[in-house]
Design a protein around this ligand. Structure first.
Ligand code: AMP
Length: 213
């Protein structure tokens, strides 16, 4: 399985990709996670990436090509992958096609996680990670007992630095301008599949599996 998950920030790409990885053993490649890890490691590149991410902007296409070409060359990616957060621009999509062609591979599908704008805002502003378990939660949508479980076990509900309302609106604008055109790009390649990303994680996951069959 070689797929790209397309969709605005907050559409659930990461959550669904993690589950596909757990249940199908396909490598989950999240460029956002890779950049956050670099930022945490504190290298000069990491610090630069952090500044760009905190501002809600995109890291340059040239840098992203370097990152993704190295990652796709790793052994686990040879049998398949789920790309989450890449490509985000037309240039990145063309670069990805070039990289795959060079190794005689191709994408099976680009899956758009489709979600209403207002739901996106609530998902993003409510998004938290439990500091102990690393579990993704949402103060608006998660069952209260899951939120309490984290707090009662001494954990904190952490918010990503780029999940404040101002940066969220900016990131959604960037998505509309730079990433949304990829919907047509993959439609023209006959690779586009659309999943209704509204509702419970399990429901969305079932729809995703059905579409990937
Ligand atoms: P994400 O976790 O996918 O929402 O990504 C968080 C941030 O990382 C984005 O807002 C960008 O600043 C950066 N980022 C992640 N993937 C890419 C990409 N493919 N191209 C450019 N910037 C990216």
């Amino acid at each position: 399985m070689r797929i790209v998950l397309l969709g605005a920030p907050g559409s659930g790409k990461g959550t669904q990709a993690k589950r596909l990885m757990q249940e199908r053993g396909v490598s989950h490649i999240s460029t956002g996670d890779m950049l956050r890890a670099a930022a945490e490691a504190g290298s000069r590149f990491g610090q630069q990436a952090k500044d760009v991410m905190d501002a809600g902007q995109l890291v340059s296409d040239t840098l992203m090509l370097g990152i993704i070409s190295e990652r796709l060359a790793e052994p686990d990616a040879q049998t398949g992958f789920i790309l989450d957060g890449f490509p985000r621009t037309r240039k990145q999509a063309l670069d990805l096609d070039g990289l795959l062609q060079a190794s005689s591979q191709s994408l099976d599908a680009a899956v758009l996680m489709n979600l209403d704008f207002e739901v996106l805002i609530r998902r993003l502003t409510g998004r938290r990670t439990c500091s102990i378990t690393g579990r993704l939660l949402n103060i608006y949508f998660s069952p209260p007992e899951e939120l309490e479980e984290c707090i009662n076990s001494g954990g904190e509900l952490l918010q990503r630095e780029d999940d404040n309302e101002e940066t969220i609106r900016y990131r959604l604008d960037v998505y509309r301008q730079q990433t949304e055109p990829l919907i047509d790009f993959y439609q023209e390649q006959n690779k586009l599949k659309i999943v209704n990303a509204e509702g419970k994680i399990d429901e969305v996951y079932s729809r995703l599996l059905a579409i990937l069959k």
